[in-house]
Design a protein. Structure first.
Length: 182
C-alpha cells in the first residue's frame, strides 16, 4: 500500500483526501480534483502473484509539455512497460504502476482521429511532434477538429439518452424544494 500511495501521490500528483477502515481493510482515497472526494480508492487484498484485472487507467494532463515532463520522470524512475504513443487525437505515455496496473497519461490534441497507435518520439521538439501529428491526422479519413467531434458526440448522447442526460431530465422534473423533494 505504501508503494502505491507514494506512486500515485508523488508521481501522478494525487492527494490523499481520506483514509478509512472499511470491511476489515485500510483504504486510501485519492483525488486530483477539489470537486471530487475521490477518483481512485486504493484497497489492499490482491495477492502479489495475481495479475492485474485492469486493462488501463487513463489520466489527462494539461499539455504536451507536461506529458514530456512526466515521461522524463518515469524514465528516471525506470518504470516498467514505458510506451510513448501518438494516437493523433492524443499523445500518450503508457506504463505500469508498482502493482502492474497499466496507466495511460495523455494530452489531447486539437483533433479527433479514429484510433491508431504510432510511436511518439520525445527526441523531437513539441513543434515537430505537433506538425507530424497534424500530417497524420490530415491523411486519415474520418479525422476532424476536436470541437466538431465533441458537438457530434453531444448530439448523439442527447439523442440516445445517456445516463447523465436521463439524470438531468429527472432533476428538471423534481426541482429542489419542489414536488417530490423530501
Amino acid at each position: 500500500m505504501t508503494a502505491m500511495v507514494d506512486f500515485y501521490t508523488g508521481v501522478l500528483g494525487f492527494a490523499i483526501t481520506d483514509r478509512a477502515h472499511i470491511r476489515g481493510a485500510d483504504v486510501v482515497f485519492l483525488s486530483r480534483n477539489p470537486d471530487e472526494h475521490h477518483q481512485i480508492v486504493l484497497v489492499p487484498g490482491r495477492s502479489p502473484q495475481s495479475p492485474s484485472t485492469i486493462n488501463q487507467i487513463s489520466f489527462r494532463v494539461v499539455s504536451l509539455a507536461e506529458l514530456r515532463r512526466l515521461q522524463e520522470q518515469l524514465v528516471a524512475l525506470e518504470v516498467a512497460g514505458l510506451n510513448p504513443t501518438n494516437h493523433g487525437g492524443s499523445w500518450s505515455v503508457y506504463f505500469l504502476d508498482p502493482e502492474g496496473n497499466r496507466i495511460e497519461l495523455f494530452a489531447q490534441t486539437p483533433w479527433y482521429m479514429p484510433p491508431v497507435s504510432a510511436p511518439l518520439d520525445f527526441a523531437l521538439s513539441d513543434d515537430e511532434i505537433f506538425k507530424l501529428t497534424q500530417t497524420m491526422v490530415r491523411a486519415t479519413p474520418g479525422s476532424m477538429k476536436r470541437a466538431e467531434w465533441r458537438s457530434r458526440l453531444q448530439q448523439r448522447l442527447n439523442q440516445e439518452g445517456t445516463i447523465e442526460h436521463r439524470a438531468l431530465s429527472a432533476e428538471e422534473s423534481f426541482p429542489a424544494g419542489g414536488e417530490g423533494a423530501t
